[in-house]
Design a protein around this ligand. Structure first.
Ligand code: ADP
Ligand code: MG
Length: 595
């Protein structure tokens, strides 16, 4: 997994390569030090050769400065490389998520996608940074230190052959037992992140329902769980430290013991022994670092897997690759909509700990949300859809612009299956105001231009007038240049809805779909909106989902949905006569409206 992501280093490869070279020079300079030191002690000092000491000392200073220079450059380039690497992965992830269908997003959940785009990418970045700074250094140091140690005294180097395996084996056992602790830690960090995100996104709801105490408790639980895992992992590592230190110190003693004998018999210089000890220490610490980095890799591997999972996810609603027979791209031309025996159910979603463990969109979960839906809407008709919450209204209209694909049956727009359209062409022909409407931070104008980026001011105002939004927009001191807060927090619900309608109207769509989009608008204003639709959008097919019968009473056709099935289709009068569900809804609402 990690290897696969290395492809994303891309244009930053030159920094990686520079890092490797710089690191090599750095290590070589550093490794020379004990060797030169040995020369001063063994040659310069006994012979009292000040010139020699000055020469070698000078060389050591130059080497030290060079090592610092190489080191600093390496820091810089490794930062460039790892940040660039992370930026590339983030961008690839973001682009991929942009291509996601609604069911892809359902599958991963927004919170998990955010964690993957931030946390997991950071893990990868740290991994590359550490690799370029430490991982590379360790084997280089190991090799050069071995070389120098052996060139000082081959016989004494035998000690390294014993000490190194002992160290590697003990570290291996520590890592083995730490591994599962780290993966537990990672998982708990995930659920900690998820809890925080979910809570912050919905902080207003939490407050409105006075759920703070409950949420605090929930947070405390995941927080404690994470802390416990982290402490356990730390505990194990701290146990490992004395063992490692013991091995290091024991080796030093052995070197001094045997080396000391050699010095006393004259087969080894004192300086050589000092230099040798430095090399042995370098060999053992780099062995240690080298092994420790594997822990980092194990953790990066988990993140890499979560990243690759997103990058590899199959986008289930994709454009038609080739033109249908005849070679003409179909385009929305009049706004007819037809449903033929449509069945629909939602796909699987990610399991609760936030990791999707299968990439397939199997449909084993849940029941049909829509079953056997068949109806026909002529172009220019106004159609109302009514039905209890959860009856499948939103699901039904989501199928028209292919936010989701049918499970069985067909949805046709202007006689062509929606799956045969180019997605952009299809969606350009359809204006949809979703139930949970979203505005972005920016000015009102910027938000409206989403509907049509080339719209002139008159067009914007016309759309706003038709949505009954112009007057309240002009009541703001900055008018169309009023800056909206994040998600439009500084607007009322009804104002937001009207802006969303205006935004959809700017598209001049053949089909306009309003999903309960006037629920927060007062009845009088809603009536005005309907009136301007009747007057100014004669050509467009309009589909209105509403809880209020008053908003759809005048429609050419009303579809009554009940538990995913069509319970009746007809005009208000027809349905009132023949459909009990419709009559019940109507009568209750009439009762409610009597003042
Ligand atoms: N994204 C989704 N994933 C899974 N199930 C969903 C999703 N959206 C809605 N549902 C389920 O589908 C059913 C119909 O929902 P919906 O179409 O939103 O109803 P309505 O708009 O009429 O209130 C409900 O039972 C709901 O729980
Ligand atoms: Mg709905």
């Amino acid at each position: 997994m990690v290897k696969r992501l290395f492809a994303y280093i891309g244009q930053y490869k030159k920094y990686v390569i520079s890092c490797i070279f710089l690191m090599t020079f750095d290590v070589l300079c550093e490794m020379m030090m004990p060797f030169l030191m040995a020369k001063i002690v063994d040659v310069g000092i006994p012979q009292k050769d000040i010139a020699f000491i000055a020469r070698v000392g000078g060389l050591m200073i130059v080497l030290a400065l060079a090592a610092i220079g190489f080191g600093v450059l390496n820091m810089r380039f490794s930062a460039n490389a790892s940040q660039g690497f992370a930026a590339n992965i983030r961008r690839a992830l973001f682009d991929k998520v942009q291509s996601f269908s609604f069911s892809n997003i359902d599958y991963f959940s927004t919170a998990s996608l955010v964690t993957r785009l931030t946390n997991d990418v950071t893990q990868m970045q740290v991994m590359l940074l550490m690799s370029l700074r430490i991982l590379l250094r360790a084997p280089l140091m190991l090799i050069t230190a071995c070389f120098f140690a052996m060139s000082i005294n081959l016989k004494l180097s035998g000690i390294i052959l014993i000490a190194m395996p002992v160290l590697v084996i003990s570290i291996y056992f520590v890592i083995r037992s730490a591994e599962h602790l780290f993966s537990t830690m990672q998982q708990r960090l995930d659920s900690l992140n998820n809890t925080v995100r979910e809570n912050l996104i919905a902080i207003r709801v939490v407050k409105a329902f006075v759920r703070e105490e409950y949420e605090k408790l929930k947070f405390k639980k995941v927080n404690d769980a994470f802390t416990k895992a982290a402490i356990n992992a730390g505990y194990l590592i701290s146990l490992a430290m004395p063992v490692i230190l013991f091995i290091l110190n024991f080796t030093t003693i052995a070197v001094i013991w045997f080396g000391g004998k050699m010095v006393s018999t004259g087969t080894m210089g004192t300086g050589e022994l000092i230099g040798f000890i430095s090399y042995v220490m370098q060999i053992l610490t780099s062995t240690m670092i080298f092994s420790m980095v594997f822990i980092l890799y194990a953790r990066a591997e988990a993140s890499a897997q979560r990243i690759v999972e997103v990058l590899d996810a199959k986008v289930d609603i994709a454009d038609k690759p080739a033109l249908p027979e005849g070679g003409i791209t179909p385009s929305v031309s009049s706004g007819k909509v037809e449903f033929r025996n449509v069945y629909f159910r939602y796909g699987n979603s990610v399991n609760s700990n936030g990791s999707a463990n299968n990439n397939g969109f199997n449909n084993k979960m849940g029941k049909d949300v829509l079953s056997d839906i068949t109806f026909n809407i002529e172009s220019g008709e106004i159609v109302g859809i009514i039905g209890g919450t959860g009856s499948g209204k939103t699901s039904l209209i989501s199928l028209i612009p292919r936010l989701y694909d049918v499970t069985a049956g067909q949805v046709l727009v202007d006689g062509t299956d929606v799956r045969d359209y180019n997605l952009k062409t299809l969606r350009d022909g359809i204006g949809i105001v979703l139930q949970t409407n979203v505005l972005f931070s920016g000015t009102i104008r910027e938000n409206l231009l989403w509907g049509n980026e080339n719209a002139a001011q008159e067009e914007i105002e016309e759309a706003a007038r038709n949505a009954q939004a112009h007057d309240f927009i002009m009541s703001f001191p900055d008018g169309y240049d009023t800056i909206l807060g994040q998600a439009g927090v500084n607007l009322s619900g009804g104002q937001k809805q009207r802006l969303c309608i205006a935004r959809a109207l700017l598209k001049k769509p053949y089909i306009l779909i309003l999903d309960d989009s006037t629920s927060s608008v007062d009845v009088a204003t809603e009536a005005k909106i309907m009136e301007s639709f009747n007057k100014n959008l004669k050509e467009s097919t309009i589909i209105i989902i509403s809880q209020r019968i008053s908003s759809i009473k005048e429609a050419d056709k009303i579809i009554v949905l009940d538990d995913g099935k069509i319970s009746g289709i007809g005009t208000h009068e027809m349905l009132y006569e023949s459909n009990t569900i419709y009559r019940e809804i109507y009568d209750t609402q009439q009762g409610g409206l009597i003042l």
